[in-house]
Design a protein around this ligand. Structure first.
Ligand SMILES: [Fe+2]
Length: 363
């Protein structure tokens, strides 16, 4: 099976949008959504969704009536179904079980739990997945464009170029795991919490993995040095910002242009003590301020050769403490506001790294 097709039927547009984001963050599959049960009934006759997620209270027909009608119209009763409801009563639950529903979920469920339970439903529908290639979960053109709005016209050449550059960058990355992929998704979520448009958020996700591209110009003797760097060696290491900028700055693609900006600015600090330019406050491009935080959050919460993974609570505490010095206070606020979304992303990648625990949501 390719990517899972998840069909959602719910008359609440806000809920549909947030569930779509959650499914995208957790990389669970592609979403087809319907706001009217009658529309779903007509369309789903010809579709074969892998998982159905149906609201209970809808105008004209409740979720269980819809499900019964879908089965009568030819949708396989073996399709895993989750019923969601704002308020769940025992009679509703009993009707749901009788109709063959496999999950009954309150709408108050956390993003983490919703993502994990949906993932389990998808696994029931799917044969075992093939092994993913190195460098992150497969992101097909269709998946990449699914939520990209007006950036959907990116050319294949541009996308291929970006992926080659990401892989090149990963070759010089001392970190194991999927740091760049994960932090790019964090950056997109933080950009969304700051009110950036869907297209801007997708551009952030595309450009952020290029932040350390300049490391391909740093000698192994410095990049791979086991001990502490001398001050001369630090000077060399800091050049990865300007090298990355040089490599990308003349490109016309919006993602590569933004990549150039991020490469140059992701080690600047809000109080002006960063590098390479020592920019201060809003003089630092917003993209660099977002990636600076996403990069540090990922570094703190994952295992590195020199440290264990911190708990999310500890990482949040440190980042909040550094608001106004290292980080833009507005970006820190957006970060804390989007924590639940970040944890969904983290949980997706934790599954790929041995023994990385799921951490509780901070209060
Ligand atoms: Fe860097």
């Amino acid at each position: 099976m390719g990517r899972a097709q998840i069909c959602i039927v719910d008359d609440n547009a806000t809920w549909l949008a947030s569930l779509g984001r959650l499914i995208e963050d957790a990389d669970l599959g592609d979403v087809v959504s319907y706001r009217h049960p009658a529309e779903a009934l007509t369309s789903l006759r010809d579709r074969h969704p892998d998982v159905l997620l149906v609201d209970y209270a809808m105008p004209g027909m409740n979720g269980i009536e819809l499900l019964t009608a879908l089965h009568a119209s030819g949708v396989s009763p073996r399709t895993p179904v989750a019923l969601v409801a704002a308020s769940l009563t025992d009679p509703i639950k009993l009707q749901a079980w009788q109709a063959g529903v496999m999950e009954v979920l309150p709408k108050s469920i956390s993003g983490q739990e919703m993502a994990l339970r949906l993932r389990n439903l998808i696994r029931m529908a799917a044969p075992p997945p093939t092994v993913e290639p190195a460098g992150g979960p497969p992101e097909t053109a269709a998946a990449s464009d699914a939520h990209s709005g007006d950036v959907a016209n990116r050319s294949d050449v541009e996308r291929s170029t970006r992926h080659i550059l990401e892989r090149l960058s990963a070759l010089r990355d001392e970190n194991t795991g999927k740091h760049t992929e994960r932090m790019a998704r964090y950056a997109r979520a933080i950009a969304a919490a700051l009110g950036c448009s869907t297209a801007q958020c997708q551009l952030m996700r595309d450009a952020a993995p290029l932040h350390d591209l300049g490391k391909i110009g740093i000698p192994d003797s410095v990049l791979g040095k086991a001990g502490a760097l001398s001050s001369e060696e630090w000077d060399v290491m800091r050049r990865h910002t300007t090298i990355g900028h040089e490599l990308l700055r003349d490109q016309t693609s919006p993602a590569l242009q933004l990549g150039a900006e991020i490469a140059l600015s992701h080690h600047e600090r809000w109080d002006g003590t960063g590098y390479p330019l020592g920019l201060r406050g809003a003089d630092i491009p917003l993209s660099g301020r977002i990636v600076a935080l996403a990069d540090v959050f990922d570094a703190l919460t994952t295992v590195r050769p020199y440290k264990p993974a911190w708990l999310v609570e500890q990482a949040v505490e440190r980042i909040v403490a550094d608001s106004g010095t290292h980080f833009d206070p507005e970006v820190v606020r957006a970060f804390t506001a989007s924590l639940e979304r970040l944890l969904v992303i983290k949980a997706h990648y934790d599954g790929d790294e041995a023994y990385a625990p799921l951490v509780p949501l901070p209060h």
